[in-house]
Write a protein that binds this ligand. Structure first.
Ligand SMILES: NC(=O)c1ccc[n+]([C@@H]2O[C@H](COP(=O)([O-])OP(=O)(O)OC[C@H]3O[C@@H](n4cnc5c(N)ncnc54)[C@H](OP(=O)(O)O)[C@@H]3O)[C@@H](O)[C@H]2O)c1
Length: 310
């Protein structure tokens, strides 16, 4: 009998998140018009969950696309992320209010803090901040400073829940070390619902996977197709297993993440691939196949390793 993986996954707050989300980052960066257009196709293909971030420059486009859909807000699940420069309660609340304005929404389903520390040298920083503002950011390598910043950031997100701006809150790119230190603060009254991290068969981050499972934090895999890099999508093991199930290597990689209990956020601009990336619920992988895919791990990241931040 085929074991169906439910298309929604329960969070530690009792609410649910769709198992497969549509990303508006990576190659959509600062292409708001493209995102506004693609939302209709993604919705038509079956996506109901959309992932965004302040630094993607796509919130306005996503908001426009959603408004043009004209569907009931409760049909959609919208996630955004607070940026690398917000490290106080006040700046977090102001950023979330700004996100709501750009998205033209009156609440968000999920807000994640994008990074455990400011990524000072990243290209997007210069788009949003002056050199002086970048200089004044907290030192990402100063552990004591960043521990305080991460706590204040989290208290800000908790306040956003209290104010009704957002239903659930979480983090992104947090390591076990970052989460352990955050959770031991007595002021932390809400456990993150989600940790969105880079995760695919070539980067199987077992420590964060295990820790999230133990603490009830849902791991959301970003770049679940290895950012579309050919090596993963033409991996002979994924192709062979795909052949057995009459599925593509991409579908096998996505299904593997779901079988491990994670939710995923993937991105494509092509309608056929949108449908392909949702067509994951009519087959199942055997234990042996799951283990063979897990064994492909090469610790190969396409995005910066967050463990560089203490
Ligand atoms: N929190 C973070 O720091 C962080 C970092 C990175 C990403 N993200 C989020 O995660 C989302 C997804 O990341 P990603 O873009 O790296 O994801 P991905 O899904 O691993 O890769 C997307 C790439 O794969 C291609 N692709 C998609 N479906 C395919 C299929 N079925 N067959 C073959 N190729 C396929 C796409 O090309 P086409 O568009 O040409 O189809 C695109 O180039 C982002 O948009 C963003 O929302 C978060």
């Amino acid at each position: 009998m085929i074991k169906m993986v439910v298309s929604s996954i329960k969070l530690n707050t009792g609410r649910s998140i769709p198992g497969v989300g549509f990303g508006t980052g990576t190659s959509f960066f600062n292409r708001g018009d493209a995102v506004a257009d693609v939302v209709k196709h993604a919705y038509q293909a079956g996506f109901r969950s959309f992932d965004c971030a302040r630094i993607y420059g796509t919130e306005e486009g996503l908001g426009r696309g959603i408004a043009e859909l004209g569907v009931d807000r409760s049909e959609l699940y919208v996630t955004t992320k607070t940026p690398d420069w917000a490290w106080s309660k006040e700046t977090i609340v102001a950023e979330v209010e700004g996100c709501l304005k750009r998205l033209k929404l009156d609440y968000l389903d999920l807000v994640l803090h994008h990074s455990p520390a400011p990524r000072i040298g990243a290209k997007f920083m210069a788009t949003y901040l002056t050199p002086e503002e970048i200089k004044n950011l907290p030192d990402p390598l100063d552990e004591a400073v960043m521990d305080t910043c991460r706590l204040q950031m989290w208290l800000g997100l908790q306040l956003c829940v209290e104010k009704g701006l957002v239903r659930d809150i979480g983090v992104s790119n947090f390591t076990v070390n970052h989460l352990k230190k955050l959770l031991k603060n007595p002021e932390v009254t809400i456990t993150p619902a989600v940790n969105q991290v880079e995760f695919n068969p070539y980067i199987v981050d077992s420590p964060i996977q295990e820790y999230c499972k133990q603490t009830g934090i849902l791991l959301q895999a970003y770049a679940p197709l290895g950012n579309g890099k050919d090596m993963l999508l033409s991996d002979p093991v994924l192709e062979r297993i795909g052949g057995v199930h009459n599925k593509t290597a991409a579908q096998v990689a996505l299904r593997w993440s779901l079988e491990l209990g994670h939710c995923i956020v993937t991105k494509t601009e092509k309608f056929d691939r949108m449908k392909e990336n949702l067509d994951l619920f009519n087959f199942t992988l055997s234990r042996e196949e799951i283990d063979q895919i897990t064994a492909l791990n090469k610790n190969k990241r396409n995005f910066p390793d967050p463990s560089q931040f203490p």
